[in-house]
Design a protein around this ligand. Structure first.
Ligand SMILES: [Zn+2]
Length: 88
């Protein structure tokens, strides 16, 4: 469902991440954390990817700029609601 399209932003050098699936958290607000998380990887040099949570919701992954402080310096137009991932 497009209503549950999610986007997470990775830091420039992050290659692995864990993120809570908001769609699952909404379906199961009292569920165990581990059951609500999606894990994924994004190779260095790649700046766009996808991961899928255990229930099959797709989560879009975009990489921030090369510089640590580059998140908002390169003219990227991050979608509303984009959020940072927790890094594995
Ligand atoms: Zn999910």
């Amino acid at each position: 469902m497009s209503a549950y399209e999610q986007t997470v932003v990775l830091l420039a050098r992050a290659t692995a991440f864990t993120v809570v699936c908001q769609a699952c958290a909404e379906l199961e607000p009292h569920g165990e954390y581990v059951g609500l998380t999606a894990q994924g990887t994004l190779r260095l040099g790649h700046d766009l990817g996808w991961t899928t949570c255990p229930r099959g919701h797709r989560i879009r992954v975009i990489r921030a700029g090369e510089k640590d402080d580059g998140l908002f310096e390169h003219g990227h137009d991050y979608p509303a609601g984009a959020r940072s991932a927790n890094f594995a």
